[in-house]
Design a protein around this ligand. Structure first.
Ligand code: 13P
Ligand code: SF4
Length: 337
């Protein structure tokens, strides 16, 4: 199949739905395509283990943005969700950015509609808008500074104490940051479906059965869960904490994909996913998990689905991302180039 036929097939379902020879060694085939096409595979910690194992770089949202900005590859294969691949395209317009499944969205990004957000902003004309990176390019274009869970505190702290701030779209992260920074930011009412699913009651029972286990949680979790956490941080923060801390058991309140790197980095420790409030596997992000190794291979081979962006929108969305990277460099959170 040629690349143009492949593109038209993708427009129907969001990914290339074609059969792959079952005897193909996908790991080797992906490695070969990397060299042939000078491609880099960037993966978020929430991707399935096979994808993490084939990636050139695995990281949190900040690390992935920085890597997307600094790479010399011709093609960025983004194993994550749409807003992440979109951010890579905003930072690197001349490069081809492909996402294995275009429908890999994000409930948090979906919770901020640009029209409604514009009206919300108008109610607070003297406020600076700090927006979590989990949002669309249209929301980024309406923001002053983007942040991730790794740099949010440093970004807020870099502003004068009396500066009024709107924080969007995650109300849980925003409330936690208000406590951390002593601010009273106005919060947009959005949330992540995965991080709101944890059951404090089930976590408490689990802690009784594992009295020495520490609870580590992502700040997108609800306040009730965060109040019981021994450590709160971004995915990179959680991973590093479990590597350096002396406990042997951890209950992990974030998407389950992170357990793969935790277990690889600390093979003798035990990691237990925090239980959701029903019998589903809802602590697996249904968006992140739309990507598979097969779709990744096909995206590389046929260079589609590709991220495209209107140049005017890109330039508007770029400004607050650049401010984020600048403050992060000054705070030593990303390498100074
Ligand atoms: P971080 O990896 O930046 O902590 O973000 C978590 C997340 O929810 C990404 O979708
Ligand atoms: Fe979005 Fe939550 Fe999935 Fe992250 S885990 S991509 S915030 S829905």
């Amino acid at each position: 199949m040629d690349i143009n036929t492949a593109k038209s097939k993708v427009s129907e379902v969001g990914f290339l739905d074609i059969n792959i020879d079952p005897s193909l060694d996908l790991f080797q085939a992906i490695q070969d395509l990397k060299s042939k096409k000078n491609a880099i595979v960037l993966a978020h910690y929430y991707q399935e283990p096979d994808i993490q194992d084939v990636a050139d770089y695995i990281g949190d949202s900040l690390g992935l943005s920085q890597k997307a900005q600094s790479t010399e590859a011709d093609m960025i294969v983004f194993a994550g969700v749409h807003f992440m691949a979109e951010t890579a395209k905003i930072l690197n317009p001349s490069k081809k950015v492909v996402l294995p499944d275009l429908k890999a969205g994000c409930s948090l990004a979906d919770s901020a509609n640009p029209e409604l957000f514009k009206r919300f902003k108008e109610k607070y004309p003297d406020h600076i808008v700090i927006t979590y990176i989990n949002c669309t390019a249209a929301i980024k274009a309406l923001s002053d500074i983007i942040c991730t869970s790794t740099n949010a505190k440093a970004i807020i702290d870099s502003l004068p104490k009396d500066q009024k701030i709107i924080f969007a779209p995650d109300k849980n992260l925003g409330a936690w940051l208000n406590k951390q920074t002593g601010r009273n930011m106005v919060l947009w009412n959005g949330a992540c479906m995965v991080h709101e699913i944890f059951s404090l009651e089930k976590i408490t029972k689990l802690k009784h059965r594992h009295p020495n286990a520490k609870l580590v949680a992502h700040p997108e979790c609800e306040q009730a869960v965060l109040d019981h956490a021994d450590y709160i941080g971004s995915t990179t923060g959680l991973l590093k904490y479990t590597m350096t801390d002396s406990a042997q058991e951890y209950i992990v309140a974030t998407e389950t994909g992170i357990l793969h790197q935790m277990q690889k980095s600390s093979p003798h420790k035990t990691f237990i996913p925090a239980p959701p409030n029903n019998a589903c596997a809802c602590n697996d992000c249904p968006h992140m998990k739309l990507n598979t190794l097969e779709k990744l291979y096909l995206a590389m081979e046929y260079e589609t689905p590709e991220i495209h962006m209107d140049e005017e929108l890109r330039l508007k969305a770029l400004k607050p991302i650049e401010r984020m990277l600048e403050i992060s460099r000054e705070a030593g959170l990303v390498p100074k180039d």
